[in-house]
Design a protein around this ligand. Sequence first.
Ligand code: XIL
Length: 405
Amino acid sequence: MKIRRSIAVGALVTATVGALTVGPALANLTYRSPADQSLKQLGARHDLYIGTAVNTDLLADTSDPTYSQIASSQFSTVTPENVMKWEVIEPTRGTYDWSKADAFVKFAEKNHQLIRGHVLVWHNQLPKWLTDGVTAGTITKADVRALMKKHITDVAQHFKGKIWQWDVVNEAVSDPWETNNVIKLRDDASKGFWYNNYGPDYIADAFRFARAADPNALLFYNDYNIDAFGSTGADDKAQFVYTLVKDLLNKGVPIDGIGSQGHLSTRYGNFDPLQIADAQNKFASLGVATAITEADVRSLMTDGLKAGTDNDVNTAVQAQAANYSALMQGCLASPHCISFTVWGFDDKHNWTTTTDLGSGPGGEALAGIYDANYKPKRAFNTLKADLAFSGAPYVVDRIKQRPRR
Ligand code: XIL
């Protein structure tokens, strides 16, 4: 008896010493650094899909294999940055060009990635024949109604069974600074194309047409500047979108998700993780899934930032990581947030580098999680840490969303 006990104690001592500082229960677990795992592997801990927008020209660029390598290895879902937009799919009226979008789908399938389809109804990147025709009066309002239905039906049918989430309607709602602090459906000359030419029922119809064409895709309303709720009054875009979707659901419109784009800039106050978590949970309380669909965090290109001065670079890099992290933590906080997608991953190709976002092309930039030479930035590792160092009770497995019938 005495001998046996001393053997048992000896075994315990050995196990404890062998595991050094970890207790006996964890003795067999080796610490695998998040640094050695991909974003998609870390996301899978929570059933959360991690995505990126993909530029198909860069996929095809054999002089830059790193782009494809990162796009295929770090992400479990992909969104076509441009090639499913109307101007690309139907450049000439009645003639479809599926080539680029089909190549994109092939890439995703080869890499076992789920696809966020983007985008069926938006006021930007429409084909010229459509906008010019409407301006000239050769395309009537009745034509516009028939054309939208045909577009949604043909595109959703072409990709039927291949799309996980469709952005059915994009950016239908105004910003407070555009409409005197009273949010409404966009109805101005440039961004109100659908409202003005189809009529206010375009949103409900778009979702119904999409559902009829592809019954199994999750159908999303997608917008920016809805990361957090504010006053919940007339000037609150998140509140407007919440009410819009709530009313449509009450009418039986098949909306399965709300996508928050997450285009942020370090020059603004933006939001903390708790505010974003609240928004994700409030949207989800409608019975829909949520997703962060186009995350990027740009910085105003000060002279110091352009010159690479430590003071400006460090400030931007840290602020950027904090904002990406707020979006990720907000998403993790709701089990209904099923994917977190960045809008491109590197600084060289990010759209903010070439687009005028209020301060001229390139006036705001450095929005990616990799630098222009594909070196991971602080934000990349911060996202990994958020995914790795989280779990119950606040972060639990994602809840699968089923398409509404
Ligand atoms: C952007 C693309 O990244 C650019 O390449 C293109 O020139 C313009 O559109 N919100 C959206 C996306 O829903 O489709 C936009 O993508 C970025 C803003």
